[in-house]
Design a protein around this ligand. Structure first.
Ligand SMILES: Cc1cc2nc3c(=O)[nH]c(=O)nc-3n(C[C@H](O)[C@H](O)[C@H](O)COP(=O)(O)OP(=O)(O)OC[C@H]3O[C@@H](n4cnc5c(N)ncnc54)[C@H](O)[C@@H]3O)c2cc1C
Ligand code: FES
Length: 506
């Protein structure tokens, strides 16, 4: 039997007793795998795999008529198949379901009506998006999904169209994802949707009063609504010898390509920094058989975000794969292929990569006179202090209803979801950004999922076993769960997301 014909043939009928209310199962219709679920008197049949990275939706969670993906929490409407929350954008296929004689029969696949842009009557004529990354792409996609018929101009200083940035430190860097998988959409997406994507177009200034942006070359582009989504840039080490050609950083596709090129001949690499990017780079370089030394000032990797128990686990995991740690030390100088540490140790390395964190790119917002406070300050609708100018992604500091604090995070899914909400609000909507922050990180075959936001906590309650790679840790303050980190507890991670959302809605 072909893999896509696994499970029962759903066109032949399934008795209601085999699918109790609230349950879901996977079968096939022809060559396609289909998820069938009963929700009260309704039954829904949709594609069985997430359109992001093919996550198995049968292992996800159904909430309020939508299925959430177990891997990175994308969400699809069961009735329409629409990807209502990033990181997925493409809809699931949907099938009609007939109930007859106590049985469910999955019938024909529905065809999706093609969305026709409406004329921009009364709304903004031109929306300009500064930034061709996660938030900028998600906003442009959502504007067209909403059938916005006005002009969309995306100005990006990148050389490449929007890419799947998380893969640049993981599968792509490790050599297990080909370059065709890296763009967020095929090149035709922009022309098919009349999105004027201008690459290598750095914006040099914004005149909020005149409602126009100026490109570095002098061209002025007027806007009716503006989205700032300029992301963040990697921090470079300020130590002797750390020239850009000797110490590589990782933000763009070109950066990832440059590391791959050097890794082809490097025997040993030094990675400066033991947080997410540094350790993902370490794991990917190990997959390329490069010897890896990680240098970082902290006692345990990722302790500040995930606590000491996860920190010890992550260290042990990387050591099992051959990574050598130099913790509680920093690099003090680079001399060609030698990295000198604060304790005078010298690491001979043909490749040096810095993963020292990022700084939000706020220069444009600051010089335009927008309110900034360790990020571009936005309200619950993601609008900045200038009416009609919105900000999303790594630069935005927003009032998070879950923690009750104004926060700024550097998470892929948050940036995309903020881009989506900003798009709705640029069209006149009043949508509050209320998604619980979510991120994932991948180390070898171990995914770590994190939902919520806990900058400080007074208790970490751990269920299961971190060392056994099956656990859920609740980060609590004053008895209240602020965030949850998990390994292979996907449904519980989704449940935590739902309860954070419900808690803040009440
Ligand atoms: C290698 C890597 C791996 C990551 N992995 C994960 C992960 O696993 N999980 C996770 O949650 N997060 C991850 N992140 C973080 C995540 O990618 C970011 O949070 C996200 O990309 C932020 O989106 P953004 O739209 O704010 O910025 P970006 O995606 O960085 O996009 C910013 C865009 O703005 C453009 N720009 C900047 N200034 C200007 C200007 N003046 N004019 C025109 N254009 C400009 C840039 O060229 C770029 O196109 C990772 C980041 C990196 C670099
Ligand atoms: S595979 Fe479903 S959200 Fe990533």
């Amino acid at each position: 039997m072909a893999e896509d014909q696994a499970g029962p043939d759903l066109s032949q009928g399934l008795s209601l007793a085999e699918l109790p209310d609230g349950s879901k199962l996977v079968g096939h219709v022809g060559d396609e795998q289909v998820l069938l679920t009963r929700q009260g008197s309704d039954a829904f049949a949709v594609g069985a795999h997430c359109t992001h990275y093919h996550g198995p939706l049968v292992d996800g969670l159904i909430v309020d008529g939508a299925v959430r993906c177990p891997w990175h929490h994308a969400c699809f409407d069961l009735r329409t198949g629409e990807a209502v929350r990033a990181p997925a954008f493409s809809p699931l296929g949907t099938w009609t379901v007939e109930q007859r004689d106590g049985k469910l029969f999955v019938r024909e696949k529905r065809t999706r009506p093609s969305a026709k842009p409406r004329a921009a009557s009364g709304g903004p004529n031109r929306i300009v998006i500064v930034g061709g990354g996660a938030a900028g792409f998600a906003a442009a996609e959502m504007l067209r999904r909403q059938q916005y018929g006005g002009e969309i101009v995306v100005l990006s200083s990148d050389d490449a169209p929007p890419v799947d940035r998380p893969s640049l430190s993981k599968d792509y860097l490790a050599g297990s994802a080909p370059e065709e998988w890296i763009p967020l959409s095929p090149p035709s997406f922009y022309s098919d949707n009349s999105i004027d994507l201008r690459l290598r177009s750095a914006v040099a200034g914004i005149d909020v009063g005149a409602r126009e942006v100026a490109l570095a070359g002098g061209e002025k582009i007027p806007f009716d609504r503006l989205l700032l989504a300029t992301g963040a840039e990697p921090v470079r080490p300020s130590i002797p010898g750390a020239s850009p050609s000797d110490v590589l950083v990782l933000r763009s596709l070109d950066d990832s390509r440059a590391i791959i090129e050097r890794a082809k001949t490097a025997r040993r690499a030094a990675v400066l920094g033991a947080s997410f990017i540094g350790l993902e780079v370490a794991a990917s370089l190990r997959a390329r058989n490069v010897e890896v030394h990680v240098v970082a000032p902290e006692q345990r990797p990722m302790e500040r975000i995930l606590g000491p128990e996860f920190g010890d686990f992550i260290r042990a995991l990387h050591e099992e794969h051959g990574v050598v740690f130099h913790l509680q030390r920093t690099a003090s100088a680079i001399d060609g292929k030698q990295v000198r540490l604060s304790d005078e140790t010298v690491i001979e390395a043909e490749l040096v990569v810095a993963g020292l964190g990022v700084r939000p790119r706020m220069g444009l917002a600051e010089s335009a006179g927008l309110r900034v406070d360790r990020g571009v300050v936005v309200d619950a609708y993601l609008e900045t202090s200038a009416p009609g100018v919105f900000a999303a992604g790594d630069i935005a500091r927003w009032p998070d209803p879950h923690s009750g604090e104004a926060i700024r995070v550097e998470h892929w899914v948050v940036a995309e979801r903020q881009g989506q909400v900003a798009a709705l609000n640029m069209l006149g909507g009043r949508e509050i950004f209320s998604a619980a922050p979510f991120f994932w990180s991948q180390h070898y075959d171990i995914p770590i999922n994190y939902v919520g936001y806990a900058e400080r906590w007074d208790e970490i309650a751990i269920e299961g076993s971190i060392a056994g790679k099956d656990c859920l840790a609740r980060f609590k303050r004053d008895g209240r769960t602020l965030a949850v980190a998990s390994i292979f507890r996907d449904v519980q991670s989704l449940e935590a997301e739902v309860s954070l959302e419900r808690e803040s809605a009440t």
